[in-house]
Design a binder for this molecule. Structure first.
Ligand code: AVJ
Length: 314
């Protein structure tokens, strides 16, 4: 198992992002305890169709998807904040899956999954893997006799630039190449009109704004920084050229912030780019996957055609 990133590494990452010409912070820093709770609220907002669409897709197609898995496979879920989507597949394909391996960097989330699964699915062994899934990962020896069926739902892959998608899909192919040919199901939000996308990332209630600003509290806590949240405002914009939603935090005035002893100057109106959320077309995502050595084994959408799920074969 790869080492967990240690706090000094995160501080280095934060400082290198904040000293770049376009300031950035890594989107993974959204998810401290407050950030997870705010994201949970986002998933229930009227404007944020993403989670509802993916759940509608699974409600309708989980059976067909699970049927593609080899009998006896282990379900390996990347970025498993909770088990609800994996459970759709496990329940739809009970003959197929003999183990569930959630992979996440948050040990607390994994422990909670193990505890809930012990009650809801006592017959399925759960093997949590604490790992940063952006790094190469090896499955434990107890998986060597099983086929692995990878699952990466939630459009988390939407946070990755094309080069990072390429690298991630390459690692996953290596990780899941065992007895059987690797298989991976990936959920991706689909391209759609800006008039739907922008409100989904800038809701009327301001929950997404709080979620975005909360990254500054998290940085204050982990990197000894003194960001004043009232000195920044949330911006969400559609970057048509790159095919992605972007979130930024815009400095409301000229100000200086200290981060781990380093002074960082902001011009008024200057932004920190905090997130990319790519909206891949079906063909565009497939081309990326093919570039990383995968081919298509199936594609599903929700009834409104908002969200897509690709089965990739390695
Ligand atoms: C969890 C990465 C899928 O990009 O839609 C929600 C995160 N950011 N609102 C997304 C998010 C702003 C979300 N993902």
């Amino acid at each position: 198992m790869p080492d967990m990133p240690t706090p000094p590494d995160v501080t280095v990452e934060i400082l290198s992002g904040l000293t770049a010409r376009q300031k950035t912070l890594p989107a993974k820093l959204f998810y401290d305890e407050a950030g997870c709770a705010l994201f949970e609220r986002i998933t229930r907002l009227p404007e944020y169709y993403v989670t509802r669409a993916e759940n509608a897709l699974l409600a309708r197609h989980a059976g067909e998807i699970a049927e593609k898995a080899p009998i006896g496979a282990a379900l390996v879920e990347y970025g498993a904040a909770d088990e609800s989507k994996a459970v759709s597949l496990l329940d739809a394909g009970t003959r197929a899956f003999t183990a569930y391996a959630p992979v996440d960097i948050a040990p607390g989330a994994l422990a909670a999954i193990v505890a809930r699964m012990r009650i809801s699915h006592p017959a399925i062994p759960v093997l949590p893997l604490v790992a940063d899934f952006l790094q190469p990962l090896s499955l434990p020896a107890s998986f060597s006799d099983k086929a692995a069926f990878g699952f990466f739902p939630g459009s988390t892959i939407g946070n990755f630039r094309p080069e990072a998608v390429h690298r991630f899909l390459g690692h996953v192919r290596d990780t899941l190449s065992g007895q059987a040919a690797p298989m991976l199901v990936v959920g991706t939000d689909l391209r759609k009109d800006e008039s739907v996308l922008v409100p989904a990332y800038d809701d009327a209630e301001g929950v997404t704004a709080q979620f975005n600003l909360n990254i500054l509290s998290h940085v204050n806590a982990i990197a000894g920084a003194d960001f004043d949240l009232a000195g920044f405002r949330h911006r969400a914009l559609w970057n048509a050229h790159e095919g992605r939603m972007e979130m930024h935090l815009e400095s409301l005035s000229a100000q200086t912030v200290t981060v781990s002893g380093t002074r960082i100057a902001f011009r008024r109106g200057e932004t920190i780019h905090t997130e990319d959320s790519y909206k891949h077309t079906r063909e565009g995502f497939l081309a990326l996957a093919q570039g990383a050595g995968w081919r298509s084994g199936g594609f599903w959408t929700d009834p409104d055609g908002l969200f897509g799920m690709h089965l990739l074969l390695g």
